[in-house]
Design a protein around this ligand. Structure first.
Ligand SMILES: C[S@@+](CC[C@H](N)C(=O)[O-])C[C@H]1O[C@@H](n2cnc3c(N)ncnc32)[C@H](O)[C@@H]1O
Length: 222
């Protein structure tokens, strides 16, 4: 199994892959970030980083169709977050992600496009992740669900826009070969750090519990 990542522009890198090189492409493009009334991306420093990134700014209003053309070319099947924002072929098999959202002024669900055949699906999971390192970070459990539902053992997975690397962590946990790209240097290094933290085995604390003098006395029956 391999987990290959690179800090590069997917538009450049995708050109180098042959047709249908990957079995499954999972893309979460920047979308809806600055649309009127939209609040995707949260507030504060991380949101400013997303705004300051030229690539993201232009994507929000005019997503390049060539990105999707290339993604469909290099992948046998695709899963695309925010599919309702893009010009994609019709599909019956989308995933509705119910975010169990208590606030009425935030989106309660998200449309995830897939190129697979079959009935539409529902995935329910709270999106309020603690300690986010990326403004649009998706839960690892969501990616695990998508891989368990749509990928076959031995599939090669591709994420052209990894962000926090949730997709990479899920692919690693499930034993899939994985290739991921991220254009932003800071997101790339914080994502790598997060991946290492998730996947490095923690030392097992097998030392005996410390007993207080009182416990010792109780145990020896004094
Ligand atoms: C919506 S976020 C992905 C969030 C990710 N799914 C997660 O769970 O953290 C989109 C990411 O695409 C990156 N990006 C934008 N244009 C890109 C490009 N041309 N090539 C590679 N990455 C790009 C952005 O920097 C951003 O981190």
């Amino acid at each position: 199994m391999y987990s290959f990542v690179s800090n590069r522009d997917c538009m450049e890198v995708m050109k180098t892959f042959p047709d249908k090189y990957f079995d499954l492409g999972i893309a979460d493009p920047p979308y809806g970030i600055k649309q009127s009334g939209g609040q995707t991306g949260g507030k504060g420093k991380l949101r400013n980083r997303i705004f300051n990134h030229g690539a993201i700014d232009s994507w929000d209003f005019k997503p390049p169709q060539e990105f999707f053309t290339e993604l469909f070319r290099v992948c046998e099947n695709v899963i695309i977050f925010g599919g309702n924002y893009f010009n994609l072929p019709p599909s019956r098999c989308f995933v509705c992600w119910d975010k169990v959202q208590p606030w009425k002024n935030f989106s309660q669900c998200e449309f995830i496009y897939t190129s697979f055949k079959g009935p539409a699906k529902l995935f329910r999971m709270d999106n309020r992740i603690k300690g986010k390192i990326h403004p649009t970070q998706k839960p690892v459990a969501l990616y695990k669900y998508l891989l368990e539902t749509f990928a076959k053992p031995g599939d090669k997975i591709f994420d052209p826009m990894m962000g926090s690397q949730s997709s990479r962590i899920a692919a690693y946990m499930l034993g899939f070969d994985y290739t991921g790209l991220e254009i932003d240097t800071d997101f790339y290094s914080s994502g790598n750090k997060r991946f290492e933290e998730w996947t490095t085995p923690k030392p097992v604390d097998d030392s005996l519990p410390k007993l207080s003098e009182k416990d010792v006395q109780r145990k020896v029956g004094r």
